[in-house]
Design a protein around this ligand. Structure first.
Ligand code: ADP
Length: 564
């Protein structure tokens, strides 16, 4: 299916809005034609200095058309804007829902700025497709038909002339303009995305850019991208301007031709003189509908370029698609890796190489290894963000691929070294884990996570804003928020991926000690790059370059609670 057909299909839920917008647009433009025709008639009639009573109908009609035109224009704009906002909202949700299963595996090749551009600017560009591309041609066909019927009532040659000029202005000129603006339109969409991606990267890394004196270098790159965008816009504006000028020229020529054709009819007495001015003026008024079509065709080009970028993502298969007939969520929560082999890309080195281990339900396992050993990759496979190339990852005895990815993720509580905090209050960040958690529940979890004192000391307590990605908190505080969040989720399987690496030794020990009772009934995987002496655990696996090199025996060393 081509891009255009897919866009039209996406429009189906809004077909009545579009139909109403088209109808109102036709009525507004039609009232314009009526107003012009009636005014011309009225002035001509008045010039013949007949009595006022003969003019009364025309005067009333002019009034009615003028008032209707204003009211219809208002209604048309109102409906069009409402439809646009409906469409935009639905499209953003549609796009977000479509790309959600792609995170993180399929999105990692894109800049976050690029994804942002797609969900904001590209979706907004599509707004033009429905309102400025679909509605105007439909309305134009109706208006031209109306004007042709009006002129045809006098003579068919007048109607034919109008139809020909309308085709020139409404079809030929737009097609030529579309061809010439195809390259700059595509360049505009692409450079806008590149500029956004670049700016997002620069703003996120501003502190490092300043520290390495790269600010000037970066602003030069920004300026270069900005200039590319300007160039594309300038070329587009050039074609748009030329096309507008030609449309106005052709409109004038249409009026003159119709006048020239009508004069002999008047002199031969086939058309009354009082109608002479009406004919070219009504025709000219009808071009109000065809003139915007060049812009519509140009919008078609930018809309299609934007849509192609959206469909490219929407069509990407998830790294780990859901099975056609998923198993029900497991009732047992043991974890097993059996001869798992995995590389992030076909040409990459193996991130996991023949990894096998088993964590019985309710037990703990510590996984140790240097940075890059493959520890987080293990979590990625367990959470079904990626799929093993060989071997099996099982929960409750079944391959995780047999369940729905969502069901698997429901079972997991993951606290990582660099958790993401959302830009809201502390409470908002806790509610992410359990939407209906009470303050008492949150504070309980915070007590275990060793956050109670910190929150008690905050003037706004749980209402404290944490800033973008928790910027206003220290690394250790962020990690403890993430741990409290995991506790609130009450998941049966817990994963602590270097989750306490940023805490001082005493807090770290106190935290694990407080966590101990909570872990009793849960299957727990603890990932650490250094020895882990804090709580009793069944086994420690040592991972090196994706392989398990050593298995250390049980550790049952429950340390004493730290003293204040
Ligand atoms: P650890 O968690 O032990 O530090 P990782 O599991 O993150 O190690 O990484 C294992 C290997 O996989 C490393 O060589 C790393 O470069 C690579 N790797 C990790 N994440 C990705 C990714 N998203 N895409 C490509 N390669 C990755």
């Amino acid at each position: 299916m081509n891009t255009f057909t897919r866009l039209v299909r996406l429009m189906l839920p809004f077909k009545w809005w579009i139909a109403l917008a088209t109808l109102l647009s036709f009525a507004t433009l039609g009232a314009g034609v009526g107003l012009m025709a009636m005014s011309a008639y009225l002035i001509s009639k008045a010039a013949l200095s007949v009595g006022f009573s003969e003019l009364a109908v025309a005067v009333t009609a002019v009034r009615a058309f003028a008032i209707a035109r204003a009211a219809l224009r208002y209604a048309e704009r109102y409906i069009t804007h409402r439809a646009t906002f409906h469409i935009l909202t639905r499209m953003r949700v549609w796009f977000y829902t479509a790309i959600e299963p792609l995170a993180p595996a399929r999105l990692q090749r894109l800049h976050s700025g690029d994804v942002f551009t797609r969900i904001s600017a590209d979706v907004e560009t599509l707004e033009n497709f429905y309102i400025r591309v679909i509605v105007p041609p439909l309305a134009a066909v109706l208006v031209v038909a109306l004007a042709c019927v009006l002129l045809g009532a006098f003579d068919w040659s007048l109607a034919l002339t109008l139809a020909l000029f309308s085709i020139l202005v409404g079809i030929v000129l737009p097609i030529v303009t579309q061809r010439t603006s195809r390259a700059p339109a595509a360049a505009l969409v692409a450079t806008r995305a590149a500029l956004n991606a670049h700016l997002t990267d620069q703003i996120q890394g501003l502190a490092d850019a300043l520290a390495y004196s790269q600010a000037q270098n970066f602003s030069r790159q920004t300026a270069a991208l900005g200039k590319q965008m300007d160039d594309a816009q300038l070329r587009l504006a050039h074609w748009r301007g030329t096309s507008n000028a030609l449309a106005v020229l052709l409109t004038g020529l249409a009026g003159l031709t119709i006048l020239a054709l009508a004069i002999p009819f008047v002199t031969q007495g086939e058309i009354q003189g009082v109608f002479l001015a009406l004919l070219p003026l009504a025709a000219i008024a009808s071009f109000e509908a065809t003139q915007p079509l060049s812009a519509a065709f140009q919008q078609l080009e930018t809309s299609q370029a934007a849509a192609r970028r959206l469909f490219e993502l929407v069509d990407a298969p998830p790294a780990s698609p859901d099975p056609a007939q998923p198993l029900a969520s497991p009732a047992r929560f043991d974890i097993e890796f059996r001869n798992v082999r995995f590389a992030y890309a076909p040409d990459d080195a193996l991130a996991l190489d023949d990894v096998s281990f088993h964590i019985p339900q309710g037990e703990r396992l510590v996984l140790r290894g240097a940075s890059g050993a493959g520890k987080s990759t293990l979590v990625n496979l367990l959470a079904r963000f990626w799929e093993a190339d060989a071997g099996a990852v099982r929960i409750g005895g079944n391959d995780v691929r047999a369940y729905r990815a969502d069901d698997v993720r429901q079972l997991l509580g993951v606290a990582s070294q660099h958790p993401h905090l959302f830009n809201g209050t502390l409470r908002d960040n806790f509610l992410v884990a359990k939407g209906d958690a009470t303050d008492a529940e949150i504070l309980d979890a915070c007590r275990i996570a060793q956050l109670a004192e910190f929150i008690a000391a905050l003037p706004l307590g749980l209402d404290t804003l944490v800033g973008e990605n928790g910027m206003k908190l220290s690394g250790g505080e962020r990690q403890r928020v993430a741990i409290a969040r995991v506790l609130l989720k009450h998941a049966p399987i817990l994963i602590f991926d270097e989750a306490t690496a940023n805490l001082d030794a005493r807090t770290e020990q106190a935290l694990w000690h407080a966590l101990e009772p909570f872990l009793q009934t849960r299957t727990t995987l603890i990932i650490s790059h250094r020895p882990f002496p804090f709580i009793a655990h069944a086994q420690t696996l040592i991972l090196e370059n994706g392989r398990i090199m050593q298995t250390l025996d049980r550790v049952q060393n429950i340390p004493p609670a730290p003293t204040a």
